[in-house]
Design a protein. Structure first.
Length: 257
């Protein structure tokens, strides 16, 4: 699996790293908190690079991209992604976001509806009460020492700067600690087709997933037997469920095509 384009683009004052695979209709891959292009989407890229033009982006403070001093916001990530697409000459695309990336994908649909064909939102959230009990208490008490080893290793493999690892952890954790509820009408105004994907043992409750599906005017909901992201990537134990991931990606392709 080798990208035919890799590199940096100057976006809103920082350099964002991106990779492009395949050919066809564009699908933008938006990773989750503490993630990166390959960490979150390796299995997706393997399975879809023959069917779509896949555009992976390391977001601000993540992977190979530059860091900002300002707090992270979903709106800023949305602006960065659309600005990168402008420089690539892509007026319209579909978006596949995981976790925080799913919330960012919905943010793009909210503020740039004309730039969106379809959205795949995997394990996204729009209200604080949609996360499992105790989530915010854990986040408020978390330190860099509590950060899962596999996430630290992934970051340091791409960027050996320890200070920037701390910056990423602080920015990501603070964004979630201070997450503000979206209004129901924010979801109701998203007219683009949306495929929602969750694990039945996700950090987002199945009830919340169903609520989002009911609010969105044109949405489908897929609940899979998995933890957070285990339906599309290695789980917390590093186990890759090839059969489940192949099923997930086949449903995504079917929805997009």
């Amino acid at each position: 699996m080798e990208a035919h384009v890799t590199g940096y683009l100057e976006i809103n004052g920082i350099r964002l790293y991106h990779e492009i695979y395949g050919a066809g209709e564009p699908l933008v891959l938006i990773h989750g908190g503490a993630g990166s292009i390959q960490f979150d989407f390796r299995e997706t890229i393997i399975r879809l690079q023959e069917r779509f033009l896949l555009i992976g982006i390391d977001l601000q403070n993540h992977g190979r991209s530059d860091h900002r001093e300002e707090p992270e916001t979903f709106e800023q990530d949305a602006k960065d992604i659309v600005a990168l697409l402008d420089l690539l000459g892509i007026p319209k695309a579909s978006f596949f976001g995981f976790s925080n990336g799913a919330t960012t994908a919905l943010e793009i649909a909210k503020i740039y509806p004309d730039r969106v064909v379809k959205i795949v939102a995997a394990s996204g959230v729009y209200k604080r009460n949609g996360l499992i009990p105790g989530f915010f208490q854990v986040m408020e008490q978390a330190t860099i020492d509590n950060m899962p080893t596999y996430l630290k290793e992934n970051f340091l493999k791409l960027n050996s700067n320890i200070d920037e690892l701390h910056n990423m952890f602080q920015k990501d954790s603070q964004r979630m600690i201070h997450f503000e509820d979206w209004k129901d009408r924010d979801m109701q105004h998203i007219k683009n087709p949306v495929l929602l994907i969750y694990g039945d043992r996700d950090v987002v409750t199945v009830k919340h997933a169903a609520t989002i599906c009911q609010l969105l005017p044109d949405a489908r909901l897929c609940i899979l037997p998995a933890t957070h992201g285990g339906y599309m990537m290695a789980d917390e134990s590093g186990i890759v469920d090839e059969e489940l991931i192949t099923f997930t990606v086949s449903q995504i392709a079917r929805f997009l095509e």
